[in-house]
Design a protein around this ligand. Structure first.
Ligand SMILES: Nc1ncnc2c1ncn2[C@@H]1O[C@H](COP(=O)(O)OP(=O)(O)O)[C@@H](O)[C@H]1O
Ligand SMILES: [Mg+2]
Length: 471
């Protein structure tokens, strides 16, 4: 950052006098030869557009890469809980195909960024050189025609260089910052993600957690300049279930990521049993907060091994119990080697619902007092969904549950539903309260219930702020 700043100052300090000079020269040239001046000026917007559009794509690609990184990280936390990310990456070779696809996706996004960043200075150079050549060419013709003196042309070109050089330096700056091969960058990003989430000095182990969960005035952005969550407040007492609903991109999964400390909030706090979760060791926190995501990662190894990842201390007896409770047994019965069937052997041939049930069993053996479910059944067919839901009931019976889902029955069962839109809690309350009030939830509800009763469709403005303080 320091380097960036000093470079910026250097660039600025050479840019300002150069611009002043060029403007002076331009005025003179405009007086002598307006057509020539116009030609020179044409170059500036072209240069500007090239730099601007390339930078925009670089930004977009970087964001994409970061999002994919975030997804990989969430999946690793889901599967391994307390194991650190870096260690998890070391264990990457044990991960099955689905993870490789994520990982590859991520790598490709990274490569695109490196590629674009490398192209920016080249593009700027090209515009600058072509422009200078054009100026020289037209200027040369004019000198030959005696419409301009050689002296004016030379002075003009030399000043042109002086303003173009700092511009090129600026364009190159961005590539200097993100230099390096894609693989180095990947390691860097993982390290960065890991490095920001470390145990505070004096962090305590989270033991005997009851499961009182609270977000207090949480503001968070993957890029702190662009928050995706704004002053979010929510609370779940031990054993309660709260649901998060809202459109895609509202920030639901980001809340889930904060709960396991994949990221820390920029402002505000996440509290577990009244304590900021940053006061606990990361490993013990993740042992206490189990996550089940929409698609779960499996590792090469047997089905039972995969369940054991949730808690390396679990006995075989406990693992089998979890498998039964999560309805893993229902499909394991038909496998030749039962619970010891290697997952890799069957590769992707386990269905989505079967994978989810293994993931639930894995979360079950963790016996976590807090369970976070991020759309665990979306993408499943109705039958698989039913089995998965029954597994989830086991998982969530005593725990504090944060569920992101849109199924009506799930929402009805929640003690409090929070409606999240554009990173803000816009409403909250019980299912019945929300369905009665005009607002986003009522509209969503009406769409789902459409045709199931007269007058269920409501029009209504944006809901007023209900405060959403729930005990
Ligand atoms: N790892 C990430 N890096 C940068 N931006 C992200 C990342 N993950 C999500 N986002 C952005 O944050 C916003 C909220 O996303 P998300 O929490 O996934 O919403 P939801 O789960 O409600 O669909 C979106 O605009 C998304 O593009
Ligand atoms: Mg999501």
């Amino acid at each position: 950052v320091d380097q960036t700043q000093s470079l910026f100052i250097a660039v600025l300090s050479s840019l300002v006098p150069n611009v002043a000079l060029l403007v002076g020269v331009l005025i003179v040239v405009v007086l002598i030869d307006p057509v020539f001046a116009l030609l020179t000026l044409c170059m500036m917007p072209v240069l500007f557009v090239v730099v601007w559009s390339l930078r925009r794509s670089i930004k977009a690609v970087s964001r994409e890469a970061r999002m994919r990184e975030g997804r990989v990280a969430s999946h690793i936390t889901e599967a391994l809980g307390s194991i650190g990310l870096v260690q998890a990456y070391a264990a990457e070779r044990r991960l099955d195909e689905s993870f490789r696809v994520y990982s590859l996706d991520r790598l490709q996004a990274g490569l695109r960024r490196v590629d674009l960043t490398a192209r920016l200075p080249a593009a700027v150079d090209m515009v600058a050189q072509t422009g200078t050549a054009a100026v020289l060419f037209v200027g040369g013709l004019r000198v030959l025609d005696d419409k301009m003196t050689l002296g004016v042309l030379l002075v003009f070109v030399s000043y042109l260089r002086q303003i173009l050089d700092p511009m090129r330096a600026l364009a190159k700056l961005s590539s200097t910052i993100s230099r390096g091969s894609a693989s180095a960058e990947r390691v860097e990003e993982v390290l960065r993600l890991e490095a920001t989430i470390v145990d505070r000095p004096g962090a305590r182990r989270a033991v005997g957690i009851r499961g009182d969960l609270e977000l207090r005035d949480v503001t968070f952005g993957y890029d702190p300049a662009r928050p995706v969550l704004h002053q979010v407040n929510l609370h779940a007492s031990p054993g309660q279930t709260i649901a998060l609903v809202g459109p895609t991109g509202a920030g639901k999964s980001s809340i889930a990521a904060l709960l396991t400390r994949l990221y820390d909030p920029d402002k505000g706090q996440v509290l577990l049993d009244g304590r900021d979760i940053r006061e606990y060791t990361v490993a013990s926190l993740r042992q206490n907060v189990a996550i089940v995501l929409q698609e779960s990662l499996l590792f090469s190894g047997s089905i039972l091994d995969n369940i054991a990842f949730g808690n390396p201390d679990a006995t075989r007896e406990e693992l089998l119990q979890a498998a039964e409770a999560a309805h893993v047994d229902q499909f394991v019965r038909d496998l030749p080697r039962g619970h010891d069937t290697p997952v890799s052997e069957r590769g992707g041939s386990l269905s989505g619902g079967q994978r989810q049930r293994i993931a639930i069993a894995r979360a079950l053996v963790r016996r976590a007092p807090v369970v976070v479910l991020d759309e665990p059944t979306s993408g499943l067919d109705v039958l698989s969904e039913q089995y998965v839901m029954r597994g989830l009931e086991q998982l969530t019976s005593d725990a504090t549950v944060v569920v992101i889902a849109h199924r009506l029955s799930t929402l009805r069962a929640a003690d409090t539903i929070y409606v999240l839109e554009h990173g803000r809690i816009t409403d909250c309350g019980s299912y019945d309260e929300l369905a009665r009030r005009p607002g986003t939830f009522a509209r969503m509800h009406a769409v789902v219930m459409q045709g199931s009763g007269p007058g269920s469709r409501r029009q209504g403005g944006f809901p007023p702020d209900y405060g959403c303080v729930h005990a």
